[in-house]
Write a protein that binds this ligand. Structure first.
Ligand SMILES: Cc1ncc(COP(=O)(O)O)c(C=O)c1O
Length: 345
């Protein structure tokens, strides 16, 4: 068994089929709209999300930021969760690039509810910034999937109040699988949706922004502003097509491995896992043993060819992520290593 990397699903490698498709991809200059493989990927993305059009972007962050830039005027406020990727993990980009101000919901479950949308929307008054956008996320960064009904209620509140909704659906296929929903149903709760073909879907690079034809046309212009217009990008898009058509079908395996990992870790003295919160491919756990030292733990695992994150993600919780490179046997090996470590504390 090679290295087992549990730090994130962003560490996935393109499959052999992807590499072959990348090598043989038909290419053109996408800035001229001439790359047939990019055009195929964008059409496919729009179709699976039930939107009119889609735009291939370099990353999830770029997809979110292009969307925000397209939706709001400078100085407008965006409503989002304080722990959401857009707020917490994008280096303040919405403020820096789009002049956004933030109105943040801070619920313990990280969900932005309809009541938050109503409470955080600014009344019309010259003293206040205008509310310009609601940013939802599903699956959430804490690895949970937000029920469709909850999302829909939040979006409807925003629409009633007169502003648009963007969905950060970096892991929308994971969320849809857990909710037993079609990704289109989640995407229907938003005017624009971003999803990643990298991460658990194994493409090496790329995300898609989907929305109306008019929105995507404007987003294409804003992608140029951000330096994200690519030329023979079909070489990347070829992997993205396989990500959507094939790799979405195997995510259940990662979810089962995460649940299995969580169950086994929970039985180890000194390790606490909230198993109810394992909705997708992420396991969050807490070290309850007094002698636990994260740097020591990480180096103990590294000596056994296991890469794990020693940086807690908030609330003192550590994260392990399953993906295409983590088999059931690999999970067993991880559990054995953690048991050995915990026994030595
Ligand atoms: C919920 C969410 N949104 C957006 C992103 C950003 O994706 P990228 O790393 O491709 O910029 C991530 C990355 O992990 C994410 O988890």
């Amino acid at each position: 068994m090679g290295v087992i990397d549990l730090r994130s699903d962003t560490v996935t490698q393109p499959t052999d089929e992807m590499r072959a498709a990348m090598a043989g991809a038909e290419l053109g200059d996408d800035v001229y709209g001439d790359d047939p493989t990019v055009n195929r990927l964008e059409a496919l993305a729009a179709k699976v999300m039930g939107k009119e059009a889609a735009l291939f972007v370099t990353s999830g962050t770029q997809g979110n930021q292009v969307s925000i830039m397209t939706h709001i005027q400078r100085g407008e406020e965006i409503i989002a969760g304080v722990q959401s990727h857009i707020i917490h993990y994008e280096a303040g980009a919405a403020a820096r690039l789009s002049g956004a101000a933030y109105a943040l919901a801070d619920n313990p479950d990280h969900v932005v509810y309809a009541a938050d949308v109503r409470r955080l929307t600014r009344p019309s008054d010259i003293h206040f910034p205008r509310t310009g956008l609601l940013c939802l996320e599903n699956a959430l960064c804490d690895g949970t999937a937000v029920p469709l009904k909850t999302m829909r209620a939040s979006s409807e509140a925003a629409w009633e109040l007169g502003f648009k909704v963007h969905l950060d659906g970096a892991r929308i296929f994971n969320a849809a699988l857990t909710l037993g929903a079609d990704p289109k149903e989640l995407a229907a709760c938003a005017d624009s949706v971003m999803f990643c073909v990298s991460k658990g879907l194994c493409a090496p690079v790329g995300s898609l922004v989907c929305g109306t034809r008019e929105f995507v046309e404007q987003a294409r212009r804003n992608r140029k502003v951000l330096g994200g217009a690519m030329r023979q990008a079909g070489v990347l898009a070829a992997a993205g097509i396989i990500a959507i058509e094939k790799m979405t079908k195997r995510l259940w395996e990662d979810h089962e491995n995460a649940r299995y990992l969580g169950e086994k870790l929970a039985r180890i003295p000194g390790i606490k896992v909230n198993e109810e919160k394992i909705h997708i491919n992420m396991v969050f756990w807490e070290a309850a043993a007094p002698g636990f030292d994260s740097a020591d733990f990480v180096s103990f695992l590294a000596k056994r060819n296991i890469k794990a994150s020693g940086v807690p993600r908030g609330g003192g919780l550590y994260r392990m992520v399953t993906h295409n490179g983590v088999s059931r046997a690999a999970v067993d090996a991880v559990v054995e290593a953690v048991k050995e470590y915990a026994a030595g504390l």
